[in-house]
Design a binder for this molecule. Structure first.
Ligand SMILES: NC(=O)c1ccc[n+]([C@@H]2O[C@H](COP(=O)([O-])OP(=O)(O)OC[C@H]3O[C@@H](n4cnc5c(N)ncnc54)[C@H](O)[C@@H]3O)[C@@H](O)[C@H]2O)c1
Length: 377
């Protein structure tokens, strides 16, 4: 058993807030090797809304003031699931109050703020991780194992795509992801996710060339008027990784028909691997060996032989879902807090993802390749 029971504080209860709440509720039941967390306090934009959500999510107390939550003595770890612009202030305050932090990606729209978050984490001695849930997929862990054990020989190239269509409709109203206060757009909303997978497999991005696009110049605002869109919903990146692997990444939040695509193609000297988050329980493996007449991609369904799938369901091929990845991430966080080996993306590792995003934005502005290390700090 790892950990004494920890007191949890949750700030924000939207898409990701519910996902964190489900994970905190489930982690003990699924894994058994961590103590059941105490759901201490939940924060939303008003006391009344916070109370309603606390009752639904199983939290003991509620507040409309996040500073009350991060300073509460019964709270040991804080989930931050608010829009991007709030992450830096909330995470830094929580760390300075001696709390562990589980903050959603990206770290912060401004690189200086992300650096300050990392400095606060280092100064606190607390565990601070980011919500890069896709690294927790048993299918991705299997891909990492296959690559490291040489199943496809020497890897030469990775191509990645992340596409969804929640902004594809020009009539979708303006919301916080269309404002510059959220960052560049698809770069720090989407690109960081596949970049977390690429970085885990092949190391940091050395240099990048990037083009961005804004398909719709305006969207309808709350008053029914037109408001200028301030973020880019599409980006294409060419990259060279440390160690020499060539990479490309295309991201699009306006890709009709794509609902949750994070597709990888990895090509090596002896084979290839394919993955797509829309079919998150499958890995396709091609081995260039044996009788050429029978060569082709083998479709492997994840099962109990791909840990930690076995902790959720004993039957192969039945499949995990998106929310299950957060339960895995929650368990890894608890292991990290207990000082045990854990698969997490810390603030320190997250900084390198943010550095790549800012290098990509600089490339778009200058029309040139940019060395990622040139983004300071
Ligand atoms: N890891 C992932 O796969 C993933 C997926 C989606 C979003 N995200 C990230 O999660 C974060 C939240 O995104 P979302 O889609 O859940 O947004 P959302 O708009 O659905 O939810 C945000 C919530 O925060 C609350 N909030 C805003 N300001 C607050 C404040 N000052 N105090 C307390 N609560 C406040 C809002 O009322 C809302 O309930 C973003 O940073 C986003 O990038 C991560």
């Amino acid at each position: 058993m790892s950990n004494a029971p920890l007191g949890v504080g949750l700030i924000g209860t939207g898409y990701m807030g519910k996902c964190h709440a489900l994970a905190w509720n489930a982690v003990r039941a699924v894994f058994g090797d961590v103590a059941r967390p105490r759901l201490e306090m939940l924060c939303e934009t008003s006391d009344a809304y916070a109370s309603a959500r606390a009752a639904e999510f199983g939290f003991a107390r509620a507040t409309g003031d996040w500073r009350t939550l991060v300073s509460d003595p019964a709270v040991d770890v804080v989930s931050i699931t608010t829009p991007n612009q709030f992450h830096a202030e909330m995470a830094t305050a929580a760390l300075e109050a001696g709390k562990h932090v589980w903050c959603e990606k990206p770290m912060a729209p401004a690189f200086a703020d992300a650096l300050a978050m990392n400095a606060a984490a280092e100064g606190s001695g607390r565990v601070a991780i980011l919500g890069y849930n896709y690294i927790q997929n048993p299918a991705f862990r299997e891909i990492a194992r296959l690559v490291s054990e040489g199943a496809i020989g020497t890897p030469f190239q990775i191509r990645a795509e992340m596409d969804e269509d929640f902004m594809a409709d020009p009539d979708t109203p303006f919301f916080w992801k269309n404002a510059a206060s959220s960052g560049y757009g698809a770069l720090d909303d989407f690109a960081v996710h596949p970049l977390s997978l690429i970085q885990r497999l092949f190391g940091r991005v050395e240099r990048v060339f990037c083009d961005m696009a804004m398909p719709y110049a305006t969207r309808t605002d709350e008053a029914g008027g037109q408001r200028a869109v301030e973020t880019h919903d599409m980006a294409n990146m060419l990259m060279r990784l440390e160690g020499g692997v060539q990479a490309s990444l295309q991201v699009n939040r306006c890709a009709w028909g794509r609902k949750g695509r994070i597709a990888l193609q990895i090509f090596g000297s002896k084979g290839a691997i394919l993955f797509d988050q829309e079919r998150m329980n499958e890995v396709e493996l091609y081995r260039a060996e044996g009788d050429a007449r029978q060569q082709g991609f083998a479709r492997v369904l994840t099962g109990p032989q791909h840990p930690p799938y076995d902790r959720f369901v004993p039957a192969p091929g039945h499949g995990l879902g998106f929310n299950d990845l957060k339960v895995v991430e929650c368990r890894e966080l608890l292991h990290a807090i207990a000082g045990e080996p854990a698969t997490v993306i810390s603030f320190a590792e997250g900084i390198e993802l943010e550095r790549t995003v800012h290098a990509a934005a600089r490339s778009f502005e200058s029309g040139r390749w940019v060395e990622v290390a040139a983004v300071g700090g």
